[in-house]
Design a protein around this ligand. Structure first.
Ligand code: AMP
Ligand code: MN
Ligand code: MN
Length: 327
């Protein structure tokens, strides 16, 4: 990232009084972490900050200071600056994103997805960053802003969750250096790892009991299916795979893992993961979604059978095009 973009973004927030922060729907650790890391630091700069998401903050992220700041709706307000974080395109920011864009003077697009569509006025888009929180960190370092414990906890959470505990191959020595600085600022790696990665309600295991019989391995692609009935029988109210796709990606013989999640109204949400050396982001982007080489997703119109018939050949091509890259 070149300094002029950081400087332009800094100038925009310095002259602003009111700032709204949005991130992607169904927020994960990096979405919540980057939004809260921005919110705390901007509040410490004396700004009036609004944070919003269409969806609730998941239970496993409620330990982060400031989750109460999130609003589910926006109305009757204007802002000087909107910051969108960890969202590769405008629809990903949901209804609050659309409202914030229409009522803000300047839009800063802060993201690390290789599939970012470069919407907005100022682009802090760094595909090499392991998480959006890494970009927030670099921006605050550039600004010379001190790191409070609250900001550090939020930023380390994005780093830990998007790298699955520093395990994806985009992690570098610099990633660990950033983690070290965040720990020195008071963030606990043990607490964040325990609360975000090593935790799962029994309902999710119950969902897996229903979903695991659907698992199949063919031509290096491992697939699983979560039907709407699986979700309701497990007592869950939101369509999720509860991390099943990451579990399937651990299978030695699989280079690509996919979970098909049935949605109401003939739609299917797909979650994709791959081993190092295999790229699933191009497939996700071609399907109208986005993501990273090793973790991507999309929502596709059609029944489960129709979507599988469309997606599985693309994933088999992705297996054929890659080569396992574990050194
Ligand atoms: P998930 O499988 O939901 O954990 O998503 C994995 C990655 O894919 C994350 O980096 C998401 O931001 C990205 N992703 C998932 N669904 C979509 C979508 N519909 N559009 C753009 N990116 C997506
Ligand atoms: Mn995310
Ligand atoms: Mn992210």
């Amino acid at each position: 990232m070149n300094n002029p973009q950081y400087q332009a973004a800094l100038d925009a927030v310095k002259t602003a009084q009111k700032i709204v922060i949005v991130t992607h729907v169904k927020p994960d650790g990096d979405a919540i972490g980057s939004a809260l890391g921005l919110a705390w630091a901007l509040q410490e700069m004396g700004k009036q900050v609004t944070v919003a998401n269409d969806d609730i903050v998941p239970d496993y992220l409620q330990f982060l200071p400031g989750t109460h700041l999130f609003q589910r709706t926006l109305a009757n307000a204007e802002w000087d600056v909107m910051i969108s974080t960890d969202a590769s395109d405008e629809p990903r920011t949901g209804q609050v994103g659309a409202y914030a864009r229409a009522h803000s003077q300047t839009v800063i697009n802060l993201d690390h997805h290789i599939t970012n569509t470069l919407f907005g006025d100022i682009h802090l888009v760094v595909p090499a960053a392991v998480s959006a929180t890494e970009i927030v960190f670099e921006w605050w370092q550039f600004a010379g802003h001190p790191l409070s414990k609250n900001t550090a906890m939020a930023l380390l959470t994005g780093l830990v969750t998007d790298t699955i505990g520093f395990r994806v191959n985009s992690v570098t020595a610099n990633t660990l250096r950033i983690a070290q600085v965040l720990m020195q600022a008071g963030a606990s790696l043990t607490e964040i790892t325990a609360r975000t990665l090593d935790t799962r309600p029994y309902r999710v295991v119950d969902l897996w009991k229903h979903a695991l019989p659907s698992v199949m391995l063919e031509d290096g692609v491992i697939q699983g299916t979560v039907q709407l009935t699986d979700v309701s029988q497990a007592g869950l109210d939101d369509v999720t795979d509860g991390g099943l796709v990451s579990f399937l990606n651990q299978v030695n013989e699989a280079m690509v893992a996919v979970v098909f999640k049935e949605q109401p109204e003939q739609k299917v949400e797909i979650s994709l993961r791959s081993k190092p050396g295999f790229n699933v982001s191009d497939v996700a982007f071609a399907l109208g979604g986005g993501g990273h080489k090793q973790a991507a997703g999309a929502t596709v119109n059609g029944t489960l059978d129709e979507v599988k018939a469309k997606v599985l050949p693309l994933l088999k091509d992705a297996v054929a095009a890659g080569k396992l890259d574990i050194v």
